[in-house]
Write a new protein. Sequence first.
Length: 179
Amino acid sequence: MNILDMLLGNQGQSTTQQIGQQLGLSDVQVNSALTALAPAVAAGFKNHMSTEQGLNGLVAALDSGQHQQYVDDPSTLLRPDATNDGNGILSHIFRSKDVSREVANRASAQTGLDAGVLRGLLPVVAALMMGRMATNNSGGSASAKGSSLLGMLTPMLGARHDGSILEDVAGLVGRFARG
């Protein structure tokens, strides 16, 4: 299973078409953008979950939020409240707009797509990934839920150890987390 299948699930084509129409991108461009951005967002989530406070915050957000709507009805991803939600998620996992900008810039270099378009797509990816995690958020302790969430994120992280932006972004996230 590739990154897009894990992220988009059964509604993949519908989701990419809706995002593409909203942003003026082809399905191929949306797929390329999502493939470039998803590992960096997954790395941000993984880094955020590496502390007890971060893990507990994520589990609480999954338990109390309406994130599954982004998976159940992909048209919700294009609403302003989804963008706000996605930006809030990014502020937690990346801790700096500089990291988001760098992710978009590196994805732009990788895909040839405009960095501004990719910056606009980052909150959508974050909201969609949160929605996907919400669908996998089974019962149990925060630790058990964390293990389940890491199990979901790991294939997204491991799929691109080919000089992609993933390792660099993980380093950036770590620097801002310590600072």
